[in-house]
Design a protein around this ligand. Structure first.
Ligand SMILES: *Cc1c(COP(=O)(O)O)cnc(C)c1O
Length: 935
């Protein structure tokens, strides 16, 4: 057994299990099943040109070799990425703990109380530090958060102007992302040096950086006031560590604050993933993009957390979308929030004070050596002015093991962080050729350096909430992390059959490399010759992804599927414009599409035209013809998901592509469902021009409770030159987690990948076949088969019995399951995607639970249990509710608590069903004061 190939570890069912499933579905082999399921018009019969499968040990050896080709220098580059010490208790018990990293987005709040509490801590931390009332959880990075702030301020501003002013001392990568996102929306970005240049007469928003990219701390209050006087809103991109010592953006009058939380314990990872943040003043909270955790109450009136203001994502309202963000950065937000819990306000202040002290010491030494500094007020970063010498200084520091920032030929930027030592300062002084001053190796003394301007220091309390005061010893911290993790249901407990989300195995071997320092501790702007290992890994991964999709070029920059969509659509727009087709701006989107599709089209400045689906769930080709004709001159693209979000292989896909191409449009195939195609069909060869993939679905990056993700965009050659240059802050997006898909592809090999696809499709058909007599399967394609997921139609059952899709989802918790995807893409249904990783025992456990629930529904239907008081309506049942001295329900406690008849491995939801509407009416989005939890 010990030398089973990795594919046999990744794929749940063994050969006997596969035979059993085939028997139930009525096919003699997986090949025969796939031949029947996948339309021949798109079928690919080639063999994937990928290296043969490596064992787990071989893959780790190869990854070690790649890692060894990255040089881990001390980074003093700054620009939003800093060295940080991930507290070991957090690294091991969050970042490396499957209870945290294999959880799903907390749409089912009853089984997500742990991560929701952790996210509320994050929101509270951000809102307290920024001095603003509400913060979301979370954004993808600082650049995209700044772009979201731009559109948020445009929606909320009274100014009629289309001008957005960005201060020149903003991180260059942020300016670039803002520009990428501005042009399709017709926003004019004006980058001005506001120290010397005046604000224009009219503009809708202003973006400032605090401290500036070059390190300077400026008082922004007057600029913000001037912006307000013109009806504009002001956004401040602020460094959270600096804010422990400095006056907050809110106190300076800012409407919005954005930034990254990377330096709160999250490794640089060659650019990501890290949690970006976005906070707003009171009055703007209902305009926040992304996810917002709020406090509500459960069926017993107990306080409980859940995502506020949205059943799914309130900002993704199709053609009225205000943002396309979906997958965010939950795992990293949890880490950053826990960093603050672990250090507490005094700890954070002490770290920030030490960093500021180092920078002041560095500056003193440089000045004493005759080096001129560009500014005297700074937190952690100084800019040295050395005419004509900058390259020499940077090279000398590099030779001694420290990377500095080459600003231009005359200026060098030097950033201190939590990890900076006096030894590092000595290296820097030597690189400048100045004598090291006599400094103590000891910590800088009490008191803050004069480089932090007195009038701009923070006054008043910091993080005065219980949670930031009570977990300061490691035992308490360890138990807090365990307590929260225990409240949640993740893949380490059982199956998460979420349609469209592909909750498959995240293998330990895939995860291991991401915390190696050679991958984790690399700055995204480290010189290329220091990152040969990363470059090779990235190039190989791009090549492999191009091979499996049939496209010509792949970019790994987008840090979520939504961002890949936007990048792909911008490439389409750019292509049309280059052809002189300036009017092609209509994007056709089937009614069944994922919400991000339409939202991305809106972000790309396109007009969404919805195409109907027919009774079988397929794109209605007659309606497509009609919509093409009606928009003949303006057709830019169609965006379709394949296999469709209805979980079927539509036979009309090749014809659909041809029709759109004939009309001059481009075809975008949403690749989120690639798990049903890999090795069997290649979108880049069956008619599509561009796709995004979700590496956090098909390619095993864990969902992390709602992120991180990676959403590469893959294009045919004609679009390659039109991909936007800056879609995320870092050049390779969330590079730090790319070893995961690399390892998956390397260890599965061509045969393993094909077997995974076949098994995933077989498993979905097995579930559909076993459940067909109990729940109608809504859509099937060729020969009554589904693809990799199936939709169970509860609407007739609800109509007959009053039992809702919600009741079934919550009752599944009592049975020990995470619910399938609810009411997407069709309201009143459940979409089940078992993936290839669940073995037949687990599939049967799920099917048996669903069948048992059907019997319970029938009892309600027959009137044996009243409609309002039955195990479904009462679900989920907590330990407290079933052990209460009072039990007034018409069903026994044992049915409530142990519906399968066994207590073995019982998962107890920590709260009863949560009242979402109550929480939306009484919006509380930061840690409530302790009184709120009292009676
Ligand atoms: C998950 C998904 C997306 C969005 O991907 P994110 O990574 O969450 O941004 C888009 N389309 C479909 C069909 C999906 O399932």
């Amino acid at each position: 057994m010990s030398d089973l190939p990795f594919a046999r570890r990744h794929i749940g069912p063994d050969p006997d299990g596969i035979q059993r499933m085939l028997g139930a579905v009525g096919y003699s082999s997986v090949e025969e099943l796939m031949d029947a399921a996948i339309p021949e018009s798109i079928r690919w019969h080639g063999t994937l040109d990928l290296p043969p499968a490596a064992t787990e040990a071989e893959a780790i050896t190869e990854l070690k070799s790649l890692a060894s080709r990255n040089q881990v220098l001390t980074s003093m580059i700054g620009l939003g990425y800093y060295g940080t010490h991930t507290p070991a208790v957090i690294r091991r018990n969050v970042l490396e703990d499957p209870a945290w990293y294999t959880a799903y987005t907390p749409y089912q709040p009853e089984i997500s109380q742990g991560r929701l509490e952790a996210l509320l801590n994050f929101q509270t931390m951000v809102s307290d530090l920024t001095g603003l009332d509400s913060a979301n959880a979370s954004m993808l990075d600082e650049g995209t958060a700044a772009a979201e702030a731009m559109t948020l301020t445009r929606r909320s501003s009274k100014a009629r102007s289309q001008v957005y002013v960005v201060d020149a001392d903003t991180l260059p990568q942020t300016v670039a992302v803002i520009q990428t996102r501005a042009w399709p929306l017709g926003i004019e970005v004006r980058v001005l040096d506001l120290e010397t240049e005046a604000l224009p007469e009219e503009f809708f928003g202003l973006h400032l950086q605090y401290p500036g990219a070059g390190g300077a701390i400026r008082d922004h209050a007057a600029l913000i006031e001037a912006a307000h006087a013109r009806g504009a809103l002001a956004t401040v991109a602020a460094d959270l560590l600096a804010l422990t010592l400095l006056r907050s953006p809110g106190a300076a009058g800012a409407d919005v604050a954005v930034g990254t939380t990377q330096r709160f314990g999250v490794p640089m990872g060659f650019g990501g993933p890290h949690a970006g943040y976005l906070a707003v003043r009171a009055g703007l909270e209902r305009t926040l993009p992304g996810r917002l955790v709020g406090v509500s109450r459960d069926a017993d009136g107990a306080p409980a957390y859940r995502l506020a203001l949205q059943t799914r994502e309130q900002h993704i309202r199709r053609e009225k979308a205000t943002s396309n963000i979906c997958t965010a950065q939950v795992l990293l937000a949890v880490i950053a929030g826990m960093y603050a819990v672990y250090h507490g306000p005094e700890g954070l202040r002490a770290i920030a004070g030490r960093v500021a002290g180092r920078a002041a010491t560095l500056a003193d030494g440089l000045r004493a050596g005759g080096v001129r500094l560009a500014h005297d007020a700074f937190f952690d970063t100084v800019t040295a002015v050395v005419p004509g010498e900058a390259e020499r200084v940077v090279a000398a520091a590099e030779a001694a093991g420290v990377n500095l920032r080459l600003v231009d030929a005359d200026r060098v930027g030097i950033a201190c962080d939590e990890t900076t030592t006096i030894g590092h300062l000595r290296t820097v002084w030597a690189a400048f050729g100045v004598d090291a001053p006599a400094v103590e190796e000891a910590e800088p003394g009490e008191g803050l350096p004069g480089s932090l301007p007195e009038p701009l220091r923070r006054t008043g309390p910091l993080l005065g909430y219980e949670v930031f005061a009570s977990h300061r010893n490691e035992t308490a911290m360890l138990r807090y992390l365990r307590r929260l993790a225990d409240k949640d249901y993740a893949l380490d407990r059982g199956m998460i059959p979420l349609g469209s989300c592909t909750m498959k195995l995240n293998a330990t071997t895939e995860m291991e490399p991401i915390t190696w320092p050679e991958f984790a501790d690399i700055h995204p702007f480290a010189p290329a010759h220091q990152v040969a290992g990363y470059r090779e890994l990235i190039d190989e991964l791009k090549r492999w992804l191009a091979e499996v999709t049939g496209y010509d070029a792949v970019s790994l920059a987008p840090n979520a599927g939504s961002q890949g969509e936007l990048a792909g659509l911008l490439a389409i727009r750019g292509y049309h414009q280059a052809q002189g087709d300036h009017d092609r701006d209509v994007c056709l989107i089937p009614s069944s599409a994922h919400g991000t599709n339409a939202a991305s089209a809106v972000m790309a400045g396109m007009r969404v035209v919805v195409v109907a689906c027919d009774a079988d769930g397929n794109v209605d080709l007659t309606d497509l013809d009609r919509k093409i004709t009606a928009n003949a001159e303006r057709l830019a693209a169609i965006m379709v998901t394949y296999p469709s979000t209805h979980g079927v292989y539509e036979t009309g896909i090749a014809e659909l592509c041809a029709k759109v191409h004939d009309a001059g449009g481009q075809v975008y195939v949403d690749g989120a469902n690639l798990n049903a195609l890999l090795g069997y069909a290649r979108p880049g060869r069956f008619g599509a021009d561009v796709s995004h993939l979700n590496l956090h679905k098909t390619f095993c990056i864990p969902h992390g409770g709602g992120g991180p993700g990676v959403g590469p965009v893959a294009v045919r050659a004609h679009l390659a030159g039109h991909l936007p240059e800056a879609i995320a802050s870092a050049p390779h997006g969330s590079a730090g987690i790319l070893p995961i898909p690399w390892a998956y592809l390397r260890m599965m090999g061509p045969e393993g990948l094909v077997a995974a696809t076949g098994t995933a499709v077989l498993a979905a058909n097995y579930v559909a076949a076993r459940l067909a007599d109990h729940y109608p399967v809504l859509y099937t394609g060729n020969k009554g088969l589904v693809a990799h997921e199936c939709i169970l139609d509860l609407r007739p059952i609800t109509k007959a019995t009053g039992v809702s899709v919600d009741d079934v989802a919550k009752r599944l918790i009592d049975y020990g399951f995470h619910a399938p995807t609810m009411s997407f893409p069709v309201a009143g249904t459940l979409m089940v995607e078992p993936t290839e990783s669940e073995d037949v025992t687990e599939l049967d456990r799920f099917v048996d639970a669903m069948i048992a629930i059907r019997a319970e529904i029938d009892k309600v239907g027959r009137g044996e249990w009243p409609a309002g008081d039955n195990p479904l309506a009462g679900a989920p049942h907590t330990a407290a509710s079933v052990s209460a001295d009072e039990w007034a329900h018409p069903y026994p406690r044992s049915v409530a608590a142990y519906p399968t008849g066994t207590a073995e491995g019982k998962y107890w939801a920590p709260v009863r069903r949560i009242d979402g509407a109550y929480g939306d009416r009484n919006l509380v989005c930061s840690c409530p004061p302790p009184e709120a939890f009292a009676e």
